[in-house]
Design a protein around this ligand. Structure first.
Ligand SMILES: [Zn+2]
Length: 502
C-alpha cells in the first residue's frame, strides 16, 4: 500500500515537472544577422523632416490644418521615389493614404500594415518643458525628439523605408501588400481608417492579416520576468460609460424623509464596485502567461504549467494586481458624481457616471444587464453615454500569420519574450474588422516603463538605434509573410551584419 502511494507520488511529481519543463522551453530562433541595407543617417534625417509637419488632430475638425497633411504627402513622394513608382497610391478623404503593392500570386490573400499620419497636440503651457521643440525634429547623439517619434509617424516612415529598401534590392512580393495610413486616429479614425476599411470591403478584399500600431517592447513589464516583453494585442477591449440617475422628493434638511437620492445612488454604486463582472481565466490569458512562462520564477512556472490544479488560486492571485485584473475582466470605475447645491437642502436629483472597459467575453448589452441586476433599484435610470464601442473579436494565435509575426519580432529582438495580449485602448485597427479576422497590434518601439509617459506627453523621443530596428522589423515581416521562401530572399540580399549606421 505504502509502496503504491509513493509510486503514485513520484509519478505525480514527474508528470507536473515534465509539464513545467515543456512550458519552460522557448522555441529557439536561429540568430539571424542578415539585414536589409539601410543608410540609417539618411533615414533619420527623413524622419526628422516628417516630424516637422504639424499634422495635428483636434477634436474640432475645422481647426485641423489640411495643408500640413498635403505637404507631408508631397514630401513622402520625394523621399520614397521607388515606392511611389511601383506601388499604386490612393488619397482617401483628402488626407489619408492607401498604397497597394501588387503581389505575383493572386491566389494569396493580401496582408496589410497600418499606422497613422496624425499626432496629438502639445498641451498648451508645456512647450517649454521639452528639451527640444516638439515640431523641430531635433537629432541628438542618441535620439530623435518630437511629436510623432513614438506615436506614430516613426511607424509610417519605417514601413515606407522598409518598402523602399526592399524595392531597391529588387524584391517583389508574392502576396499583395496594402499600406494604410489614416489621418485622424487620435480622434477615432472616423474619416481616415474607417473610410479605407470601407473602401477595401466594398472592393471585396479579404486580408490574410493586418498589423496596426500597438504596444511596444517593454522592459521590466512584469515583475519576475527578466527579459523585455513584446505584447502582441490580439483583441481590444470595448468602451462604455453609463449614466446612473435617481430623482426623489428632496425637501428641507431639517425634516428628512427616508433615504436621500445621494444615499440611494451611493448604495447602488457601492454594490456595483463590490460586484464587478466576473474575471475569467480564458484561452487568451492562458496563452499570454504560457508564452511568458520561460522567464518566470519556478513556482509560477510550475503553477502555469499545471493549470488543471492551480487555475482557481492563480485567477484569485491575478485579480489582486490591478493590471492583470484588467486583463481578466470588464473593469468598473465610477468617474463622476453630481448632486446637491446647498448644505441645508436635500437634493432631488443625484447622478453618476460609471466607466466600463469591456472584456471580449462581455458585450455592451451584457454589461447593462449586469448593472441593472446588481443595483437592483428600479428608480435608478441607467443610460448609455455616446462614444461606446463593443469589444473586438479575439484574433487567433494558432495561425501562420501570428507565427510569422512572432518570428519576425524575435529575429529582430532576439532577447524578447513574445506573448499575445489584450489592448485596453483603441487604435485604428477596429475599422478593419470587416476585412480581416486576423488583426494584430504591435509596435517595434523599445520603451522602459518611464518612457511610456512620453507618448502623448512631453519629450517624446526615439532612439536612433531603435529606429534602425523598426525598419528592419517591417522589412523582415514583409519578407516572412509575403513570399514562400523567405530565407532565399534574404540570401539574395548583400548584407552588412548590423543595420548600417552611415
Ligand atoms: Zn497612435
Amino acid at each position: 500500500m505504502l509502496y503504491a502511494f509513493f509510486a503514485l507520488l513520484v509519478l505525480f511529481i514527474g508528470f507536473t515537472l515534465f509539464r513545467t519543463l515543456l512550458l519552460s522551453r522557448r522555441e529557439t530562433i536561429p540568430a539571424d544577422l542578415r539585414f536589409i541595407p539601410v543608410n540609417l543617417e539618411d533615414a533619420i534625417s527623413r524622419l526628422s523632416k516628417a516630424i516637422q509637419f504639424k499634422t495635428i488632430s483636434k477634436q474640432d475638425a475645422s481647426l485641423v490644418d489640411g495643408d500640413e497633411f498635403k505637404k507631408m504627402h508631397s514630401f513622402l513622394e520625394k523621399a520614397f521615389p521607388q515606392v511611389h513608382e511601383t506601388l499604386n497610391k490612393e488619397i482617401i478623404n483628402h488626407y489619408s493614404l492607401l498604397f497597394k503593392w501588387e503581389g505575383s500570386n493572386p491566389e494569396l490573400k493580401p496582408m496589410m500594415l497600418t499606422c497613422h499620419l496624425d499626432v496629438v497636440p502639445v498641451e498648451p503651457g508645456t512647450e517649454d518643458d521639452w528639451d527640444h521643440p516638439p515640431f523641430q525634429g531635433a537629432i541628438t547623439d542618441e535620439h530623435i525628439y518630437g511629436r510623432g517619434t513614438m506615436d506614430v509617424q516613426s511607424g509610417v516612415m519605417a514601413i515606407l523605408e522598409a518598402a523602399e529598401a526592399l524595392l531597391k534590392q529588387g524584391f517583389s512580393p508574392e502576396r499583395t501588400i496594402y499600406l494604410g495610413f489614416g489621418h485622424d486616429e487620435e480622434i477615432d479614425g472616423e474619416f481616415g481608417a474607417s473610410e479605407i476599411g470601407r473602401i477595401l470591403a466594398e472592393r471585396g478584399i479579404e486580408l490574410e492579416f493586418l498589423l496596426d500600431e500597438g504596444l511596444p517592447v517593454v522592459e521590466e513589464l512584469i515583475e519576475g520576468i527578466k527579459s523585455p516583453v513584446a505584447l502582441v494585442a490580439v483583441a481590444e477591449k470595448g468602451y462604455l460609460s453609463l449614466e446612473l440617475s435617481i430623482l426623489t422628493e428632496g425637501g428641507h434638511s431639517s425634516v428628512p424623509q427616508g433615504k436621500t437620492s445621494i444615499a440611494r445612488l451611493g448604495e447602488a454604486l457601492h454594490r456595483l464596485e463590490e460586484n464587478p463582472l466576473p474575471a475569467k481565466f480564458d484561452g487568451l490569458v492562458k496563452s499570454t502567461f504560457e508564452s511568458l512562462c520561460s522567464g518566470m520564477p519556478f513556482p509560477l512556472r510550475y503553477a502555469f504549467a499545471n493549470l488543471w490544479m492551480f487555475k482557481t488560486p492563480l485567477r484569485r492571485f491575478l485579480t489582486t494586481i490591478p493590471a492583470t485584473d484588467a486583463a481578466l475582466r470588464t473593469t468598473t470605475a465610477t468617474t463622476i458624481f453630481e448632486s446637491g447645491v446647498k448644505e441645508n437642502v436635500i437634493p432631488t436629483m443625484a447622478k453618476a457616471v460609471v466607466n466600463f472597459r469591456i472584456h471580449p467575453n462581455d458585450s455592451i448589452e451584457s454589461v447593462i444587464t449586469h448593472v441593472k441586476k446588481v443595483i437592483n433599484d428600479s428608480d435608478i435610470k441607467v443610460e448609455k453615454l455616446f462614444g461606446y464601442i463593443e469589444p473586438s473579436i479575439v484574433s487567433s494565435v494558432e495561425n501562420n500569420s501570428y507565427r510569422q509575426l512572432a518570428r519576425s519580432i524575435r529575429q529582430i529582438f532576439p532577447e524578447v519574450a513574445v506573448a499575445p495580449s489584450l489592448m485596453v485602448g483603441a487604435t485604428d485597427a477596429r475599422h478593419y474588422s470587416a476585412i480581416s479576422e486576423n488583426i494584430y497590434r504591435f509596435f517595434p518601439l523599445r520603451a522602459e516603463q518611464s518612457d511610456l509617459d512620453r507618448v502623448h506627453g512631453t519629450n517624446e523621443r526615439l532612439s536612433i538605434e531603435n529606429y534602425g530596428e523598426m525598419i528592419q522589423f517591417y522589412s523582415r515581416l514583409v519578407i516572412n509573410a509575403s513570399v514562400s521562401k523567405p530565407s532565399e530572399t534574404l540570401k539574395s540580399v548583400s548584407v552588412p551584419v548590423k543595420p548600417a549606421q552611415s
